[in-house]
Structures are given as C-alpha cells and as structure tokens.
Design a protein around this ligand. Structure first.
Ligand code: HEC
Length: 258
C-alpha cells in the first residue's frame, strides 16, 4: 500500500476513534456531572493555603467527618503547619485515645493521643467501618489527590445532595448525589447550614463548611505544596537569570567573529 493511502487510512481511523470517544458521555446518562468550579487559595503557581479556612476545616472534619472517616497519614504534630502552637496541638490530640503497650506486665493500655500519633480512626478496621455504613468510608488523607479535579469534586460531593428524580429507584442505604459517579452514594448528606458553629469567621453555610473542609483536606494531602511551589518559582527565576547571562556571554564571545 502506498504510504499516502496508509496515512489517510490511519487518520480516518483516528477520527473514528475520537468520534466514538466523544459520543460516550452522551450515552452514559447516569454519569456524574462536572463539579462546580470554585476558587481555591492554594491553586496557581503562587497558591498558598488559607490557614484560617484550613483551621475551620479541621473543626468541620473533627465535628462531622471524623465520625466515619479516618485520616491516618496525618499526625497531630503536623497541625503545627496550620498555625497551632505546641500546647494547642497537645490539647487537641489529648481529646482522643490510642491503644499502646504492652506495658511491663504485657498488658495493652489506652492513653491520650500525643503529637507523634497519627489521627485516631473512628473504626478499628475496614470490616467494622463497612458493617456500620454499608460501604467502608475511605481514608481521607490522600482523597484530594486520589480524585480527578479533587478540590472541586469533593466540594461538589458535599453540597450535591438532591432528591432523586422520580424515575430513579434508590437502593436502601444510598443517597442521590449529583456529582458522585452513578449518583447513588452510601454517604448521607452531612453538611447543613449552621451544622458547625464557627467562633469567628464567615457564616457557617453548608457551602462555607464544604469549602473549608476541602481546604483542610487539600492541605492534609499535600502539606508540602507551598514549599514545592516556592522551589519551582525559584528554579524558574534561576533559569531566567542563567539564560540572560549565557546570552550576554555568547554576544561577548562572538562579538569579534561577526
Ligand atoms: C455517617 C458517616 C459519614 C460521614 C459523617 C461522612 N462520610 Fe464521607 N463517606 C461515607 C461513606 C459510607 C462513604 C463511601 C460512599 C460510597 O462509596 O458509596 C464516604 C465517601 C466519601 C468520599 C469519597 C467519595 C468517592 O468519590 O469515592 C469523600 C470525599 C467523603 N466521603 C468526604 C467526607 C467529608 C469531607 C465528610 C465531612 C464533611 C464526610 N465524608 C462525612 C460516610 C460518611
């Protein structure tokens, strides 16, 4: 076969594939909707975590989400990065109990959690978590990174509960959510206007609670984000300066040759 014909055939096959791919979302009517776009303090190359929002988010996590979700890759002492001092971290951790041991007699015992401990999980294991909720609530430490468009998706999920359309029959223990793939999620709506009381700061609408807890969870998944971005910006500045210097050197070296 002539090369040109082969190329045309290949292009046609590719176009067919692209057409097929574009047609898929139209067929899958129960697919989740694109979550609403939010403005996030930590996005963009100069992005930084809004610490006040993340602190409020910690409160939302503690009072609402922690009843079902673990956060086992975050340690209490990591909260220092959100602007808490050592005593505040110790006081926060001490509200929770961890099992430790064995002691001198070979006995396990419980003690208040300390800075060095990971966040205490609500259930002893996944089976217990699944038994209580139908589906085990996943650990939230890395959820921001585990889901595409993580921040907007989680925000959408938390505010996206609506009544199921009439023609949709929900299995017991599932709730209709606009942004969850397949729409039937085993997590009930957990955020409501005024559901958490903020000492100061903005009005605690469910949207605000969602925004704050997602800021906190994004920080939990990527505590080094600010450092990484600062390093990136420094590297780019360095490369710009280096380019300038090299260009000046090149002109100098070649000046006589021209
Ligand atoms: C009453 C228990 C409960 C509470 C409280 C709760 N969740 Fe969930 N959550 C679940 C369960 C169960 C699932 C698994 C749902 C499924 O897969 O159908 C889940 C799943 C999730 C998921 C993953 C969805 C996905 O794409 O797989 C996220 C994110 C989430 N929860 C965030 C939160 C946040 C943030 C809070 C606090 C504001 C919270 N949850 C409070 C039970 C809970």
């Amino acid at each position: 076969m002539a090369v040109a014909t082969r190329m045309i055939l290949r292009a046609a096959a590719l176009a067919g594939l692209m057409f097929a791919a574009a047609a898929v979302p139209a067929l899958a009517a129960t697919e989740a909707m694109e979550p609403p776009e939010q403005h996030w303090s930590f996005e963009g190359i100069f992005g930084r975590f809004d610490k006040a929002a993340a602190q409020r988010g910690l409160q939302v996590y503690t009072e609402v989400c922690a009843a079902c979700h673990s956060l086992k890759y975050v340690h209490y002492r990591d909260l220092r990065a959100l602007g808490y001092n050592e005593e505040q971290v110790a006081a926060y951790a001490a509200q929770f109990e961890v099992e430790d041991g064995p002691d001198g007699n070979g006995e396990m015992y419980t003690r208040p959690a300390e800075g060095r401990d990971p966040f205490v999980s609500p259930y002893p294991n996944d089976k217990a978590a699944a038994a209580a909720n139908g589906v085990a609530p996943p650990d939230l430490s890395l959820m921001y990174k585990a889901r595409e468009n993580g921040a907007n998706y989680m925000y959408g999920l938390l505010v996206g509960y609506v009544d199921a359309p009439e023609e949709v029959e929900m299995t017991p223990g599932t709730y209709y959510n606009l942004y969850f793939p397949g729409h039937a999620i085993a997590m009930p709506q957990t955020l409501f206007d005024g559901g958490v009381e903020y000492e100061h700061g903005p009005e605690a609408t469910k949207e605000q609670l969602a925004h704050d807890v997602v800021t906190f969870l994004a920080w939990a998944a990527e505590p080094k984000l600010e450092h990484r971005k600062a390093t990136g910006v420094a590297a780019i500045l360095f490369l710009l300066v280096l380019t300038g210097l090299l260009y000046a050197t090149k002109r100098k070296v070649w000046a006589d040759a021209h």
